[in-house]
Design a protein. Structure first.
Length: 684
């Protein structure tokens, strides 16, 4: 297959660079993320820079002198194209095609060319992705057992763009922010607050700031850090990772960016947990109408009275009399020809009661069938519903967002025009109120979804016009409504955002594309498992990473206070997983409390595999001494993280798992008990 280099050529590739394979919005955004946020050299493999889906947009990145981006043009990424892109010397490869089979083929080729390569693969089939991930990781362990010791990160990460974007979209609807990082099963966000509110005691446990990330310039307050990223503005006086002493004596109205936990980890407590309630008579009674239940009760009472009269006349055993009455009721007893007149009358009455039972049995069958059909049908929004989220679109992205919202126990009303959409089955099984309608044709759909009493609107269809029309209509109905839209075009999204923010300054509006929300997770996975994510503050970026202390002179043997460097890095938390425990890998910005949103790692369901972090202890005591066996989570600037990683030994095989004491004066967040104290480093 013919392959050629671009004019900016693959000759400029460097050892340890990044390779991105694809010609789509996700590939373009991953390339930009790696080149701008992490300042990496990136080589893009795509069919053409002059055509295709996003060839011209990627070509614009090549022409930017501030970015280190090259390209290799190849109709099919075969072995020759991968070699020209420098896969044999690359650190990571991202496969972003929408064709799962093509991605699998390229992944197998790349793993053969470079066994030490980190692979990040976009897959729609999550089951196939799970098998592929295990297969490629096992291939590395079998063929190169020395890599299993952890000296080389040759991991395989399978991601889905919809799964990784879902948490950000949920966060935008719930708390008005989509700049989040996932660690220890929690979603962490950067929130702009004033110093007066930061230091105010008595806040909620899951809203207490974990630390101060940045000190904003004078006169900049009242907006979220993602707003600054939208405007691409910055000013003198912005201080990243300030010292706590700098915050003292400043005006309480001075703006600051703090790190907050927005979703606590809920763990079942065996001591206080309750067993799930079994279905009782009350649940079964819902199958039948009250009139039918009253009729059945009256029939049972009549049979009981007849059985009592039969026992009174015949005497003897009451059970035998009841048995004879039931035989007469079912018309299977012999006629009482030679019996007294009273016995014959009772038999006739029991037979008439049996005849009356036939239509009741038919009614039971019909009502139970109707109840089951109603249980499997789509619910209408209840009249008294309030504080819910209106979700427009139940496609691939909408389904994942609905699943996340249900995990958070947030009431949802869905709107979808296609009865065969992917998420209809989930909405039906979870009894979510759903309207089958087109918002562009029916003006009363949003009113029927109780938009006036809702807390947010999530417009996630694949049509930009539909999403925008729904958002504008909702703005007219409820101007202060929080809105998050899915828009594909960057220029269009930015224009819509600025216009709506200027028109409705008191409302929160977010316009994002799935590829834009998923790109940070893909880029973070390419950077290695130590990178959890990045949050922009103005024109600068803070990177969150998990770093081993062993062998790093900038961390090992130092206290938390001594390991802090202003405008470079700050230690935020400590991994307190016990030595005999297996450390789960947390999700990336996508992954669900689940496994995404689930809280404890990925099982091939499309969530991001990142650093090997288990349980984290936050708010460490400044006097705690970092030991060689420790692993810390820190926030750093790009240059600060590069300095830290450069100081670490190259042959580090991972943290020592020898047992050790817990963290002193650290507090789990949120709602965890304090950890025991340790002796601190003695003073000089």
């Amino acid at each position: 297959m013919e392959t050629m280099d671009s004019s900016v050529g693959a000759s400029a590739t460097r050892r340890g660079h990044m390779v991105v394979c694809g010609d789509n919005a996700l590939a373009q955004r991953i390339t930009r993320e790696l080149a701008t946020v992490y300042e990496q050299h990136v080589t893009v493999v795509l069919p053409s820079l002059r055509g295709g889906d996003h060839g011209p947009q990627i070509a614009a990145l090549l022409g930017d002198p501030a970015l280190s981006v090259t390209a290799v043009e190849a109709r099919v990424p075969d072995d020759a194209a991968l070699r020209r892109a420098g896969v044999e010397e690359a650190a990571a490869l991202a496969l972003t095609s929408g064709d799962d089979q093509l991605n699998v083929h390229i992944a197998l080729r790349a793993r053969r060319l470079n066994p030490q390569l980190r692979l990040v693969i976009r897959m729609f089939n999550r089951t196939l992705g799970d098998y592929l991930e295990k297969l490629l990781d096992r291939a590395v362990e079998v063929v190169h057992p020395e890599m299993a010791a952890g000296t080389v990160d040759a991991s395989t990460t399978v991601l889905s763009d919809s799964d990784t974007a879902a948490p950000s979209l949920v966060a935008a609807a719930v708390v008005g922010s989509d700049k989040i990082v996932s660690a220890d099963g929690m979603l962490l966000r950067a929130k702009e607050r004033t110093l007066g509110t930061v230091s105010r005691p008595g806040g909620r446990g899951d809203r207490e700031p974990l630390c101060t990330l940045a000190l904003l310039p004078d006169g900049r307050s009242g907006r979220a850090p993602e707003d600054a990223a939208e405007d691409d503005t910055d000013g003198p006086g912005l201080v990243l990772l300030p010292d706590d002493t700098e915050l003292r004596g400043l005006s309480p109205s001075r703006g600051a960016v703090v790190l907050e936990a927005i979703t606590p980890r809920h763990r079942p407590n065996p001591a206080t947990g309750r067993l799930p309630r079994l279905p009782g008579v009350h649940d079964l009674a819902k199958l039948f109408s009250p009139r039918l239940r009253y009729s059945l009760g009256a029939m049972a009472l009549l049979v009981t009275v007849l059985a009592a009269l039969n026992w009174r006349l015949r005497g003897g055993n009451p059970l035998h009399s009841s048995y004879l009455t039931l035989l007469d009721f079912l018309a299977i007893n012999e006629p009482n020809v030679n019996e007294p007149d009273a016995h014959q009358v009772l038999q006739l009455l029991a037979s008439f009661a049996g005849l009356m039972m036939l239509p009741l049995l038919l009614a039971v069958v019909l009502e139970s069938y109707g109840a089951f059909r109603k249980a499997t049908s789509l619910r209408a929004p209840p009249r008294g519903l309030t504080g819910h989220i209106v979700l427009l679109g139940l496609g691939k992205v909408g389904t994942r967002v609905l699943d996340r919202l249900l995990e958070l126990d947030i009431p949802v009303v869905c709107i979808e025009r296609d009865i065969e959409a992917r998420g209809i089955a989930l909405a039906r099984s979870r009894r979510v109120p759903t309207l089958i309608a087109d918002v562009t044709e029916d003006d009363g759909v949003l009113e029927e979804a109780r938009i006036k009493r809702s807390r947010a609107l999530l417009a996630l269809t694949s049509d930009d016009g539909t999403n925008l029309e729904a958002a504008l209509y909702a703005r007219q109905v409820k101007p202060e409504l929080r809105v998050a839209m899915r828009l594909f075009d960057d220029e269009f999204a930015l224009t819509v955002y600025r216009t709506l923010r200027a028109t409705y300054p008191l409302a929160q509006t977010r316009s994002r594309s799935v590829s834009a929300l998923a790109a940070p997770a893909f880029a973070g996975a390419m950077m290695g498992r130590q990178v959890l994510g990045a949050i922009p503050v103005g024109r600068r970026v803070l990177v969150f990473a998990a770093v081993d202390v062993r062998g790093n002179p900038l961390l090992e043997g130092r206290t938390v206070a001594e390991a802090f460097h202003r405008d470079a890095w700050r230690v935020l938390a400590l991994d307190v997983t016990r030595p005999d425990e297996t450390r789960p890998r947390p999700q990336g910005p996508g992954d669900d409390g689940t496994p995404p949103p689930g809280p404890a790692g990925s099982t091939g369901d499309g969530t991001a595999h990142t650093a090997g972090v288990g349980e984290l202890a936050w708010r460490l005591h400044p006097g705690y001494v970092l030991r060689p066996s420790d692993r810390v989570v820190l926030a750093a600037t790009r240059q600060g993280l590069a300095t830290l990683l450069a100081a670490a030994p190259a042959d580090d095989a991972g943290p020592d798992h020898s047992p050790g004491p817990a963290v002193p004066d650290a507090r789990r967040v949120p709602g965890e008990s304090d950890v025991p104290d340790l002796p601190r480093r003695p003073g000089p």
